[in-house]
Ligand binder design. Sequence first.
Ligand code: BGC
Length: 394
Amino acid sequence: MIARKFPNGFLWGAATAAHQIEGNNVNSNWWAMEHAPDSKVVEPSGDAADSYHRFGEDIRLLADLGLNAYRFSIEWARIEPERGFVSRAEIDHYRRMVDACLDKDVEPIVTLMHFTVPRWFQRDGFWRADDAPELFERYVEAALPVVSSGVRYVCTINEPNIAAMLAGGEDVANLVANAMPNPDLLVADRLYESHVRARRVLSGAGLRSGWTVATQAFAPTGEPGSEEEVQRYGHPREGWYLERAAGDDFVGVQAYTRTWVGPGGPLPVADNVETTLTGWEFYPPAAAEGIRAAWEATGHTPVMVTENGIATGDDERRIAYTRGALDGVLATITEGIDVFGYLHWSLLDNFEWASGFRPTFGLISWDPHTFQRTPKPSARWYGGIARANALPDH
Ligand code: BGC
């Protein structure tokens, strides 16, 4: 069997986000939202996977599987639980996570903001407040000790396009629906300004940084007007954010599925296609299409696939999906695109926002009572590819 090699030094990892696995993120806006009397979130995040305490075990498992990179986020609501109060203890906590990675020769890739913000930030105007970018910059400066040594890559803001859409006033349940809300353009501008300020701080400390964009593989149906509609509908939801990553050290691509667009807008997922637990079309080429879109829109900013995966209870389908996705990633590298890492979403089953714990994206499951971790067959399969730095031939 001839193996199909990835470039030397390729980053093979898995990704998580603090609020989705840590548990008890009580000072965050999402915790407040989950517990509001009229909450649309199907269940609260609660203890989640208790990764706040069990991160050492999680990083060990990741390394033992054969992976060499871990993308995780640090939580602003813990680091600055009240406006202006920075917790040394929480900075130390996240520094210990970085050190746990380094101890295992795992590349730590740190995200500074993965959707959640402190309650006080929400109260004081959220991303619409005039001083929001300044407050974010102050947080990044405070968090610098977490990343100041041993870290090479920092993701500033996770999926600013989804964050702007969620802020658009529509129902939070739209996160898992097919039609994407209208973005709040003021929020989009503020997120971009926050990103620019964060990058200035990080570059000053010798760190490579970028933001991570949810790519949607918008597909025109071919009907007259559908190409134009892809532009009209897609640009404020994806292209605008990719274009702004021109000149950054890297851009994160986060791809899961595709969205068909007709002359009248996006179409619901067809009845006759395989869907996942989030209701999305099973579509492995999404990763490659996201990479190509990012490479083109940025004028060739290096790409890291910072998320790609599938919510399924059938682990065989996770393997099939990931195999297809990785075939596509390798094809983009062969085409000459600078793709330097692939981080599977997710290391662990986790809290899938408004949908709660039901959509399982993890390579590793855990017992809700004991928190005991169990790697799934897909985790071992994926670890084998990472160790070989190659895909087996078909
Ligand atoms: C987010 C993750 C989320 C995943 C699957 C991305 O939108 O960054 O937080 O769990 O996709 O929906």
